[in-house]
Ligand binder design. Structure first.
Ligand code: FMN
Length: 190
């Protein structure tokens, strides 16, 4: 099983990176092949709205690091998307990633939508400073539905809270619970 992680945070070693890497680690322990892409290391432009991707088979015309992610998504069985909450919504990096899916992964819109025989599974993981896990529930539920419209099977929406004064790596028991998300991704497909 091939699982890719997308770290939609500007911080290379921040909470989002920790969370995505732990989930991938749990999957790897069950035999999955994993790789991670971090916005902190990549140059990815926002969608420029040119619609070229819908006029021919060429895909997105922006020649940046999103091209590597398009290829990786094509080959992936499952995706772990980690997104920090910024101002009550996904980070700008998360939104850029989502908008760039328009080129290939939006069945409602894209005439060149790549239909996978089996839906790709997605763990959509949010993290936030505020300790209240329900604070952004309307938004996180809506975002889950949006990814389902894009034909991903959203298997889990873990929300890691209370990171304002305590970084993810120092949170007790978080390690274990994150790894379980990754391992269950593999075990559920057996
Ligand atoms: C610009 C900005 C806006 C933020 N807005 C919120 C917010 O609205 N609610 C919240 O609970 N935390 C908010 N946070 C805290 C982040 O969600 C939290 O620190 C997160 O774990 C950061 O992930 P990172 O370490 O990968 O950057 C904000 C942080 C930043 C930098």
């Amino acid at each position: 099983m091939n699982i890719i992680g997308i770290i939609a945070s500007p911080r290379k070693e921040g909470n989002t990176a920790f969370i995505v890497n732990k989930i991938l680690g749990g999957a790897k322990e069950q035999g999955a092949e994993t790789s991670a892409f971090s916005f902190g290391n990549l140059h990815i432009e926002p969608c420029c709205g040119c619609w070229s991707c819908h006029r021919s088979q060429q895909g997105c015309v922006i020649e940046d690091d999103m091209q590597k992610i398009y290829d990786a998504i094509e080959r992936a069985d499952a995706i772990v998307l980690g997104v920090p909450i910024y101002m009550g919504q996904m980070s700008a990096q998360g939104k850029i990633f989502t908008d760039r899916l328009f080129a290939r992964f939006s069945p409602r819109f894209s005439p060149f939508f790549n239909d996978h025989a089996v839906k790709q599974r997605l763990i959509l993981s949010f993290n936030q400073g505020n300790p209240d896990a329900n604070l952004f529930k309307v938004y996180t539920d809506y975002t889950k539905q949006m990814f389902e419209v894009l034909e991903f099977e959203v298997s889990e929406v873990p929300i890691v809270t209370g990171l304002r004064n305590e970084p993810a790596h120092s949170k007790k028991d978080l390690d274990m619970s994150l790894k379980k998300f990754g391992s269950s991704l593999v075990l559920a497909s057996c």
